[in-house]
Design a protein around this ligand. Sequence first.
Ligand code: ADP
Ligand code: 5GP
Length: 219
Amino acid sequence: MGQEPEGLDQGKGRGLVFILSAPSGAGKTTLIRRVLEELPGLRFSVSYTTRPPRANEREGVDYHFVTPEVFRKMIEGDQFLEWAEVLGHYYGTARIQEEALREEGIDLILDIDPQGARQAKAKLRNAVLIFVLPPSLEVLRERLVGRGLDSHETIQFRLAHAKEDLKEAHWYDHLLVNDRIEDAVKRLKSIMVEERRKKEDPYGESHGGRLLERGGEPV
Ligand code: ADP
Ligand code: 5GP
């Protein structure tokens, strides 16, 4: 039996930034809530948005709810790692100090759309991109209806937008089909633990590139 790299079994983060995207209703919020409960060393990145809060949402927990004016000032002050307009509202992630996260033993989880994921991927060294897929568009529609948050028109709008989002899935590092919730949670956790493990392996993908860049030969 190989020994667990130190810290892995204690669930320490490695300064990784897990980026999850999915069409609305695919189950991203549900999956994120579950891994936050079950995987230590993980923190949710609370985004800024100009969208009004939904009934069950709390300031500073689900989002920082701000006015368009405040959001614009934050853009001008270069305070965002990424931002985008999604379904008529603005959303953005504040800048991330990857070094500080690693020192704290924390990984971050971001729930952002593909436009934002592309910007974050270009800027971060430790990004891991995961796209969550519904089993089918019909199941997606059922979940949106079942969630009971949106009108018929909004659901039609979200479904049309979902088809656009799905075209972006191919450039993500991992695809995760949210079929049975327990299976999907298990697979998401194993992707995350595996990515943490790669950080411990000097010949692993995540280190190999950089070692080769420095010396030309793996060290
Ligand atoms: P998102 O954050 O991607 O918009 P949610 O997490 O709000 O999606 O999920 C949408 C709806 O589907 C919710 O009512 C949720 O309880 C339900 N749901 C999520 N995952 C599953 C699943 N694997 N099976 C059945 N229902 C699910
Ligand atoms: P909702 O309004 O349903 O919470 O989110 C709508 C969409 O905005 C989802 O696709 C979600 O991933 C995305 N989103 C949430 N926060 C951010 C963010 O900070 N940046 C970007 N680019 N998208 C975000």
